[in-house]
Design a protein around this ligand. Sequence first.
Ligand code: F6R
Length: 238
Amino acid sequence: MKIFIAPEAELASMVADRYEALLKAKPDAILGGATGSTPLGLYAELVRRNKAGKISFKDVKTFNLDEYVGLDGSHDQSYRYFMNKNLFEQIDIDIANTHVPSGIVTENCADYDKEIEAAGGIDLQLLGIGVDGHIGFNEPGTPLDSLTHVVELEESTRVANSRFFKSIDEVPTHAVTMGIKTVMNARAIILMAIGKSKAEIIAKTLQGPICTEVPASILQLHPFVEFYLDPEAAALLK
Ligand code: F6R
């Protein structure tokens, strides 16, 4: 496990360097994507480097972590919409090579794991973290061997995400998410966390016991995991 602490403005560029190195070594890499506020700076930097001709996504395939149940890709709060707008439409990726779990057809969501496997497995999975320790939408109590599945969202997650909706009532109650095992199967993982609201959970995740109550704590067992934190998110690390 490696931990990098730097001001928010530098984190995006540091993580983008990791992507640049990976794509140089493996132009057809399989990337695991995340949504939320945290990766926005990184995605802007990847777009910038793509437009500058430094990196290409021409042969890349992507698999996103999660999607709200009930929202299709045309809904402006769906994660498919987020990814198209903030990354895919701005880079040279073939949109057919981008995958986000369906929030509408959720019956066979474990097929998502088979698709990932058939593509060769994820080379680099990007993660944010919820204040309750969720990764993807694997909320506290999720079994560590879970594959892609439908979850009921914690109230704290719905409240945190209501900032993007007109009211909390509009925030979906369920989501489809890669499971913890799906995430742990990635060959390398980068978790980014920014801001003081993440400080407590970052300390528990990195230095607390590994337990299902803090889903992200399982990352301590991953052989190639890197944490990119701003000083506020790292404030409670010993
Ligand atoms: C999003 C996701 C979530 C977020 C987490 C943090 O695809 O899987 O686990 O990473 O909720 O969200 P932000 O970055 O908005 O604080």
